[in-house]
Design a protein around this ligand. Structure first.
Ligand code: ZN
Length: 156
């Protein structure tokens, strides 16, 4: 499926379209009792990789949504660098995932809600590659509501 049309849509609405898909993946994580974070990677207006948080199922603290998506995207492209790609993720990447975004040399990172506690920017802005464009706050309230309701239910 091709979404990007260049002139018919503003970049904002394209970002929201892909963020909606990341949100759908976050809800799948939620349904599996995983912390609900979802990610997609887009190249040339097409989704080439998807991921959601699987740290419980895989018993692996590195199994974040972004890490799943980076690996899937590299497999799809047949190379480790994600130049020309955009990562959409429902919550601001942590230090580990921002570091992986750096190594992948991804062009853009678009996230939904900021993570004041574990988001990379709380530690150091320079974790992300200086050439990588960052956009925050896309569908922010939906992204943060999902994760807040997850933790509300956990506390019961
Ligand atoms: Zn992470």
């Amino acid at each position: 499926m091709r979404y990007f049309s260049g002139e018919a849509e503003t970049s904002g609405s394209v970002d929201e379209l892909f963020m909606r898909e990341a949100l759908r993946l976050a809800k799948m994580a939620y349904d599996e009792d995983e912390i609900p974070i979802g990610a997609v990677i887009v190249a040339n207006g097409q989704i080439i990789a998807k991921g959601y948080n699987l740290t419980e199922r895989l018993n692996d603290v590195t199994a974040h949504a972004e890490m799943q998506a980076f690996t899937a995207a590299a497999n799809h492209l047949g190379g480790k660098y994600l130049k020309g790609c955009t990562l959409y993720v429902t919550i601001e990447p942590c230090v580990m995932c921002a570091g992986a975004a750096y190594w992948a040399q991804i062009d853009r990172v678009v996230y939904g809600a900021k993570d004041d506690k574990r988001g990379y920017s709380a530690f150091h802005d320079r974790i992300i590659h200086p050439k990588t464009e960052i956009v925050g706050g896309v569908l922010e309230s939906s992204c943060s509501e999902l994760i807040q309701s997850f933790f509300r239910n956990k506390r019961r």
